[in-house]
Write a protein that binds this ligand. Structure first.
Ligand SMILES: C[S@@+](CC[C@H](N)C(=O)[O-])C[C@H]1O[C@@H](n2cnc3c(N)ncnc32)[C@H](O)[C@@H]1O
Length: 444
């Protein structure tokens, strides 16, 4: 990517992508709030239909213009279950489908788990809109390429259908791309600027990095000691760790999600120190790694998403006796701290808007400390920490954080909240902090 392309905004990037591929009118299916909002706000005249797949909380306003051309798909259980019914209140003409008995969370693998149901709902909706709206067919060369930092894979022919990344879903759209490609020119978009990747990267540029660093320092990796990061996502922590340790430690980064591992490998490619990280696919609850493999085993905001006790037992197993295990989880039992000027009741409502939540067997609270002791770790260093950010230091993170809160407030409260964030940003006092529980212990 040219240096000029490095500094583009998401909207500029998407605009350049549409220009170079001559995409004038298309269907969109997205899962990540920031992408969907950017598209709806800036490119509404090009969008024939908008499908929101298991979205987290986001503002309904930009989607009102699509009227009946919106499809909302969500599950009836899990942290995101209330989102589709809430959106429907403000998008009364949208088509909404609640998948029965489906856990809806940022990490759900909805398309893989409900493949036929999702394919048929989406195909029926797209065919209905295509019959009412002019969506010309296009013909693009099949295969993969990149424009303005957006990677894309083309399959099929017919009217264009843009498939944007689905948050932390391991299979993304892959299980139904073939079915969709029989009738549409599918473009599967990815890269460092779409989906959860920029959100994870931005978090690690902000106050979260201090939380990570404190845990790494407490785990005391000595020169040459092997380090594993389990649930590495886009590799933001692993790349930082490679630099923090001056390349003196072998680092293995593991994730279950093939899409995120591909993005992580791509991000490491241009960085000689990070090139030495070994990325591996594996399930944290049953690691494909022999016992006693690492001197230091770390994990950051992963235990929320799975069976925490099984994962902790695996972290202990793959760490050698005398080695250290470090864990960070989001703290849903603590409130975020937000430095904005708001009436008390609006502030309380803002602080209580639920975040990504946790799996039924996951850990996102102070039970981490009991679990670590129960897993047999000794000499525990434990406690909550806040990752503090400012609008100047973390503008992308603010967009995500404030967007989520505004999306969970009543309309008038959301307006007051947005105004207060704008005021604090312009007078240089926009500071906020998100809570985490942290623990480091030694394997006996
Ligand atoms: C919120 S991200 C955190 C990524 C990274 N640790 C960071 O702090 O930037 C959670 C990560 O856990 C991974 N994950 C979830 N379930 C997993 C499992 N069963 N095994 C391995 N990784 C898993 C997800 O794919 C995702 O990359």
């Amino acid at each position: 990517m040219s240096p000029a392309a490095e500094s583009l905004t998401l909207e500029e990037r998407l605009g350049e992508f549409f220009r170079q591929l001559d995409l004038r009118r298309f269907h969109v299916a997205a899962g990540h709030a920031i992408d969907a909002l950017a598209l709806a706000r800036t490119f509404a005249d090009r969008i024939a239909s908008m499908t929101l797949m298991c979205p987290a909380r986001l503002s309904a306003e930009p989607f009102r213009t699509f009227d009946t051309r919106v499809l909302l798909i969500g599950g009836d259980r899990g942290p995101n279950a209330p989102v589709v019914p809430e959106l429907l209140q403000n998008l009364p003409h949208a088509r909404a489908v609640r998948l029965r008995d489906h856990v809806d969370a940022a990490w759900s693998d909805t398309v893989a788990d409900r493949r036929e149901e999702v394919a048929s709902i989406l195909l029926e909706f797209l065919s209905d809109v295509t019959s009412r709206e002019a969506v010309p067919e296009i013909h693009l060369e099949q295969g993969a390429a990149e424009v303005a930092g957006i990677t894309y894979r083309v399959r099929g022919s017919g009217p264009p259908l843009l498939l944007l990344p689905l948050s932390l879903s391991p299979s993304q759209w892959d299980p139904i791309v073939d079915a969709l490609a029989e009738r549409y020119t599918t473009l599967v978009l990815g890269g460092a600027f779409l989906g959860i990747v920029p959100t994870l990267e931005a978090r690690m540029r902000g106050g979260y990095r201090n939380v990570v660093q404190n845990v790494v320092d407490a785990a005391r990796p000595g020169a040459g000691e092997s380090i594993a990061e389990i649930g590495c996502g886009s590799g933001a922590v692993a790349r930082w760790l490679a630099h923090h340790t001056g390349g003196a430690n072998p680092i293995t980064a593991v994730d279950v999600n093939a899409y995120l591992l591909r993005e992580a490998a791509a991000l490491s490619e241009s960085d000689p120190t990070a090139q030495r990280i070994t990325y591996r696919q594996g399930d944290a609850q049953a690691l494909p790694i022999p016992s006693d493999s690492f001197d230091v085993t770390l994990t950051f905001t992963v235990m929320e998403e799975l069976d925490a006790d099984r994962m902790l037992a695996e972290l202990v197993r793959v760490t050698r006796p005398g080695g250290r295990v470090g864990v960070v989880v989001r703290a849903v039992d603590m409130l975020p701290w937000i430095n904005v000027d708001l009436p008390d009741e609006v502030r309380r409502a803002a602080e209580r808007v639920a975040g990504a939540g946790a799996d039924e067997h996951g850990c996102a609270d102070a039970s981490l400390y009991r679990r670590c002791a129960g897993a047999g770790l000794r000499d525990l260093v434990m406690g909550p920490q806040y990752g503090a950010d400012t609008a100047q230091r973390s503008p992308e993170r603010l967009r995500f954080f404030a967007g989520r809160i505004a999306g969970g407030l009543a309309a008038e409260d959301a307006r007051l909240f947005r105004d207060s964030v704008r005021r604090a940003t312009s007078d240089g006092t926009m500071v906020w902090a998100e809570p985490y529980h942290c623990a480091v212990g030694t394997r006996p």
